[in-house]
Write a protein that binds this ligand. Structure first.
Ligand code: F6R
Ligand code: ZN
Length: 196
């Protein structure tokens, strides 16, 4: 038997970073091209190409059944038109893999959808534990005016299907309203789902 060594990483609660992270992914607006509903606002902001979020992947684990990867996501505050800064969003490539999110700071929304297009949105603040069940596409949105930070723990073999979201979009968009953030239907959403 070969054992993987136990590990511990410090998550800095002041900013959500993991200084000893194995990998840091940076997503700028150009990495999310075409995902925001207001294409004119997106094009206007593209010259600046602001940072939208970073993901700190804690460990370099085998991407195999049985291992549990964990990471933090730090989403900057900001908007493209009325729509709040958000992650790209994905289904898991192994769609039956679940995930747990735990809010660390700021405020946001976890937006989910089934492959048939049923949408759900869960508000998240520091201390919120939110469950992403198997088969649900998921995206997070910063609805506040400071960075929104959460910890994610998920099977290391879950993988990412970004293509379905890039093609179909999300059923629900999170936009700024006069009484705060609200979820509105995405007129461009396609109901095809993964594997179609
Ligand atoms: C992993 C997971 C999160 C996201 C991260 C960035 O399964 O859900 O760690 O990967 O919040 O979002 P995406 O991957 O959609 O760019
Ligand atoms: Zn995920």
């Amino acid at each position: 038997m070969t054992y993987v060594e136990p590990i511990a990483h410090q998550v800095r609660l002041v900013d959500g970073t993991i200084p000893t992270a194995h990998a840091v992914q940076e997503r700028r607006l150009s990495d999310l091209r075409g995902l925001f509903a207001d294409r004119e606002a997106e094009a206007a902001l593209m010259a600046e190409d602001p940072l939208v979020y970073r993901v700190y992947d804690a460990a370099d684990l085998p991407k195999e059944d049985g291992h549990l990867q964990f990471s933090t996501t730090v989403i900057q505050p900001g908007r493209v038109g009325d729509e709040f800064f958000m992650t790209k969003g994905h289904y898991h490539a192994r769609a039956d893999r679940a995930e747990l999110y735990y809010g660390l700071s700021g405020r946001g929304m976890l937006v989910l959808q089934t492959p048939e297009g049923r949408a759900e949105a869960l508000p998240m603040v520091a201390g919120t534990a939110a469950y992403v069940p198997p088969h649900w596409g998921h995206r997070t949105v910063n609805t506040g005016d400071e960075p929104f930070v959460f910890l994610a723990a998920y099977p290391a073999d879950a993988g990412y299907d970004y293509g379905t979201i890039a093609r179909d979009g999300f059923a629900g968009l999170v936009v700024a309203g006069t009484c705060g953030p609200r979820v509105v239907p995405n007129p461009r959403f396609r109901r095809d789902g993964p594997g179609t």
